[in-house]
Design a protein around this ligand. Structure first.
Ligand code: SF4
Length: 472
């Protein structure tokens, strides 16, 4: 495995790929928070298929294993122009009350299949803006989940925070509700950038919130950043990086902005000429990596950094990293029950997704039906490739024998075409192959998705990659 942080060297900048390599390997690619990726889900997978997977879970004795719960809360008070999430922008707070009524019906339908009192070791509220719900709304949600599931006292209970919607007192009330992990959406501290993306949140307020969160004992506090936003320059982003290092969150998620206005309507409000070019984006990524490593952060993977004593960094050192819909995680793979509009779950060898519009979601629940409208039952080949792709994404390392034994294949034989296809990446020093394994090199981590993509059977069949975000 790649035991050393990919960029944790003083000569980090010398490991930057050349412009030629960038031009060649900077291809569009999935983020592999799942494999197969969500765009491969099919309408032929129905709520009945989901129910069958849940019953199979019970039949194979998996019911005793803890679950992960995800609740999607889609409302936001104002629109960020870079947004590519499934959200509903409204100032009508009472919409959340109606939404909770429907969530309650969905929970009842889920519990009818899963059985009452299933143990939950992880609960995550995402959005949208989960804190669009007021205290009463969040308390009602937690009460309904606590009534139907057994929320482990040791559970991770996390929530995505839009800093514009909370203050220290609210963080205190969230802690009292059992939340122990926070993720702040910062994106960029520069006022011009914030104006260009329609998300104004003064740095001082975020610093105050962070101080409150620490005083309240929240663990693994995460900050989300985005590079490639309009009006960002190397100099402005350097200032944001310095502020983030001063803020010293336990974790940093650094995402590349993908400008796809034809696909995401809010992005049409961003002027293409305000966007940094590809070369500047690569430099911003490189400077971010250098700044965070110099500040003591461990490079976890394609978009995550963590302080060395954070569980994510420890898991990376011990080869125990996982990847799920929230990105990198320390939690072993467990079944994920997803609630709410557009939410994606994973049970056994299936993925399932709820209706994407509120109208359809409500309509199905009005009919007393689970709102699952698409998904995928993984084939044996999907499960095998998922293991290989996750090994690349999480460890930067694939052990042929381990995969061969676990999946009853001869790796070199089975993946002979893929090993040949890795040739250009090997030639550029991005990957090493021996008789026993594949290892992603430090420079190769820039292109870890490109390495994983070689093993993606769906991409092999469909080279139309323009729908995905750029790699760097
Ligand atoms: S980026 Fe987040 S807060 Fe902004 S509109 Fe999208 S979901 Fe809402």
């Amino acid at each position: 495995m790649n035991s050393s942080p990919a960029f944790a060297t003083a000569s980090h900048s010398q490991e930057l790929p050349s412009p030629t390599v960038l031009r060649r390997f900077d291809v569009a690619g999935p983020r592999y928070t799942s494999y197969p990726t969500a765009d491969r889900f099919v309408d032929a997978f129905t709520a009945d298929d989901y129910v069958q997977a849940v019953h199979q879970r019970a039949a194979t004795g998996m019911n005793g294993r803890p679950l992960s719960l995800y609740v999607h809360l889609p409302f936001c008070e104002s629109l960020c122009y870079y947004c590519a999430c499934n959200k509903i922008v409204t100032r009508h707070k009472h919409w959340a009350v109606e939404y909770l009524d429907y969530l309650e019906r969905e929970v009842a339908l889920q519990v009818a299949e899963l059985g009452r009192g299933a143990m939950v070791s992880q609960l995550h509220l995402g959005g949208g803006t989960p804190t669009f719900l007021d205290d009463e709304g969040l308390a009602r949600l937690l009460e309904m989940l606590g009534r139907e599931f057994t929320l482990s006292p040791e559970r991770e209970q996390s929530i995505e925070i839009d800093p514009r919607t909370v203050d220290g007192a609210r963080l205190e009330r969230l802690a009292a509700m059992g939340f122990n992990r926070l993720s702040f959406g910062v994106q960029d501290f520069d006022p011009d950038v914030q104006k260009a993306v329609h998300r104004i949140q003064p740095a001082a307020e975020v610093f105050d919130l962070m101080a409150s969160a620490r005083a309240l004992g929240y663990r693994s506090i995460n900050i989300d950043l985005i590079y490639g936003l309009p009006k960002q320059s190397r100099a402005s982003f350097d200032r944001t990086l310095a502020q983030v290092c001063e803020l010293r969150p336990d974790r940093i998620a650094l995402y590349a902005y993908a400008h796809l206005p034809e696909r995401f309507k809010p992005q049409r409000r961003i002027a293409a000429e305000d966007l940094p070019d590809a070369k500047t984006k690569v430099e911003m990524l490189s400077r971010a990596i250098a700044a965070f490593t110099a500040a003591g952060y461990v490079y976890i993977g394609m978009d995550h950094f963590a302080l060395p004593d954070d569980p994510l960094a420890i898991a990376k050192r011990q080869g125990r990293l996982h990847r799920n819909f929230q990105g990198y995680s320390t939690q072993p793979d467990c079944d994920l029950v997803a609630l709410g509009v557009s939410a994606i779950g994973r049970v056994g060898a299936t993925y399932s997704q709820n209706a994407k519009t509120l109208e359809e979601y409500y309509d199905l629940l009005d009919q007393g039906r689970l709102p699952v409208v698409r998904g995928l039952a993984l084939t044996r080949d999907d499960v095998l490739r998922r293991a290989v792709i996750m090994a690349i994404m999480c460890q930067g390392h694939v052990d042929f024998e381990a995969i061969s034994l676990a999946h009853l294949v001869d790796f070199r034989d089975h993946f002979a075409p893929e090993l040949v296809a890795l040739g250009p990446l090997i030639a550029q020093g991005l990957v090493h192959i021996t008789d026993h394994d594949i290892e992603v090199t430090p420079t190769g981590w820039f292109f870890v998705r490109a390495v994983a993509m070689v093993f993606d059977r769906y991409l092999q069949a469909d080279r139309n990659r323009t729908r995905f975000s750029r790699i760097v």
